[in-house]
Design a protein around this ligand. Sequence first.
Ligand code: MG
Length: 241
Amino acid sequence: MTKPKAVIFDLGKVLVDFDYSIAGRRIAARGRVSAKAVQEFIDHSPLLFRFETGQVSQEQFFAEVRAATGFRGTIEEFSEFFADIFTTIEPMVKLNAELRQRGVPTYIFSNTNELAISHLRGRFPFFSQFNDYILSYKHGAMKPDGRLYEVVERQTGLRGTDLLYFDDRAENVAAGTARGWRAFVHHTPEQTREIIASTDRLESPNESSRSVSSFSANRVALKRSASVLKTVAKSYLRASR
Ligand SMILES: [Mg+2]
């Protein structure tokens, strides 16, 4: 099997950890409902889905949270509280840096919103270290909706086994597998690193034309001879029947 040509990473719980209870506490401190109620409202209401599929703007999202929680601060304060919930998963950031150094294109593929992304862009240098981003709120669809996976295929120019994809949610991975991607549930950085290593040295689009190592050149030659032999054997068998 050929090597994958790009690695697709989910964001939340793969590259960054997040904790909505932090936002819940800070917003509740300036409102009239409990931290738990704020968190429930943000994290489990249809409002977040609408925000992350781009159906409501930041302003509308803020207005709805304010109405439900009695939050007394400004939209700027709210944005800070809402988005300041992330910590980087360092071994994954390191893994991405290594892939890119080897010329392997990497992408972020995430169900997310404008507030989270502008926060990450502004405060987390690693966030700029990807070839491109496929973000739900920009495309009106969320994983595991196939329409968002089509965007990945369009933006990367790749499909099927050329794509190696990691996500912590099984239903998102299943949707990738269904399209023929090499998709895996991310459990730990160590395991994901091993899976990537097991796909052998990933081939970058530039690398293949630049220099082919003698090892892979030999492998290509061997594969060719094997397929030639197969063809010869088949025609020999046909002839001798
Ligand atoms: Mg995730």
